[in-house]
Each structure stands twice: as C-alpha cells, then as structure tokens.
Design a protein around this ligand. Structure first.
Ligand code: FES
Length: 135
C-alpha cells in the first residue's frame, strides 16, 4: 500500500519556490545524504524536508517523503540508512530507493519513486531549487 500519489514536489504544502537557495555544494559530504529542513512558511513543526545526495560534483535532491506512507525516510541525520552513492532506505519499513533517480529498488514502494526536486548550481558551487523550473 502506498501514500496517495502526488505528481510533483511543488504540489506539496509549503513547497519552496524556484530559486530558493540551498547553500554551497562544499557543505555537503560526498556519498552521504544530507537532511535539509527549509522554513517555507509552514512554521517550525512543518518544515519542507529535502534529502540532498552528493556524488562528487553532482547533487540530487529528493523530497524526504517515503512513497509508502508519505512520512520522512528519517527525521534526523543520524537515523539515515544508506549505501554511499547507491541507495537510501526508509527507516520505517525499509523501502529502498536508488540514489541516482529515486526509484524504488525494493520494499514497500514498488513502482514508485521519491519525488525529485530540480536543482541548479552556479559557477561558484551555490545550489538552489532550479530558478527556471516552471510550476
Ligand atoms: S513508511 Fe513504510 S517504507 Fe517508508
């Protein structure tokens, strides 16, 4: 059983606007997912939760929201379950998602994916939600 399907990250409550700054790539460890909570107007109890996955010079962003029950894969950095550059696993019922595209590899997420959030990176390594993304 899966959470009700939502097609795009920007349809979620308090989704960040395109262009939202996410800081420098150098602040992200290579091969270790980074939890990021954005204050996008939902108040302190309802941050917009992202997972930032860096592999070398590339960073992918997914909404920290399991396709199974729609809850975070983890709410604390120390709770993250992952294989560097390969996969990230929900710590509730252990659905596993592919690092490179967020697709389900095994567990309670068959046929589904993490929601990918498009990023941009400036020449000096500053990351942002893709400012050219048309919601
Ligand atoms: S909530 Fe069940 S696997 Fe994530």
């Amino acid at each position: 059983m899966s959470a009700s399907p939502l097609l795009h990250w920007h349809q979620l409550p308090h989704a960040p606007v395109p262009g939202t700054a996410l800081g420098p790539i150098d602040a992200l460890p290579d091969g270790v997912p980074t939890l990021r909570e954005l204050d996008t107007g939902g108040g302190p109890n309802q941050p917009f939760r992202l997972l930032l996955l860096r592999s070398g010079a590339e960073v992918r962003a997914y909404v920290n929201r399991c396709a199974h029950f729609g809850v975070p894969l983890a709410t604390r950095q120390a709770q993250l379950i992952y294989q560097p550059h390969a996969s990230i696993t929900c710590n509730v019922h252990y659905a596993r998602y592919r690092w490179t595209d967020g697709s389900c590899e095994s567990g309670e997420c068959e046929g589904e994916s993490l929601m990918s959030v498009p990023l941009s990176q400036s020449a000096d390594g500053q990351l942002a939600i893709d400012p050219g993304y048309d919601t």
